[in-house]
Design a protein around this ligand. Structure first.
Ligand code: HEM
Length: 113
């Protein structure tokens, strides 16, 4: 597969949607933490729409992250600039790996909870 020259419109859209969803997950974590405390105290989680937003937002992050991985595998991504030093290239690669691992592990651990 020859590497494309740039990211597709769909890849770019998915990138920003996932970014926005992850920011929202952190901004709106409080109701979910409170619901979790209530469950630990033996009460139900309640039915707050903000709690549901956390659940749905997190599941969407997982779906979109897997979609992005599928697009990487089928369409490919542009190569890093030739001028990029090998050490930075390696660091960027490890950074991407860590981000994808988190985008998959956080929703899964949340669902397990
Ligand atoms: C990328 C996706 C997600 C991110 C970034 C995220 C982020 C967070 C954050 C920042 C907290 C607060 C932790 C604390 O205050 O100590 C939290 C708590 C929680 N989240 Fe998520 N979350 C995600 C997905 C999910 C999903 C999909 C679910 C459930 C289906 C979920 C369920 C929970 C639960 C039950 C808690 C309370 C745990 C506790 O307070 O110890 N999360 N999440």
């Amino acid at each position: 597969m020859t590497a494309p020259k740039g990211y597709s419109a769909r890849q770019i859209r998915l990138h920003w949607i996932v970014t926005a969803l992850i920011i929202l997950q952190f901004l709106l974590h409080e109701p979910m933490s409170e619901a979790w405390d209530m469950i630990e105290d033996g009460q139900g989680p309640g039915s707050d729409w903000l709690v549901m937003s956390h659940v749905i937002g997190g599941i969407l992050v997982l779906i979109f992250a897997l979609w992005r991985l599928a697009l990487r595998a089928t369409r490919g991504v542009p190569p890093p600039p030739d001028s990029e030093p090998p050490l930075l290239r390696r660091a960027a690669h490890l950074g991407y790996l860590a981000l994808y691992a988190l985008m998959i592990a956080m929703p899964l651990s949340g669902m397990a909870a």
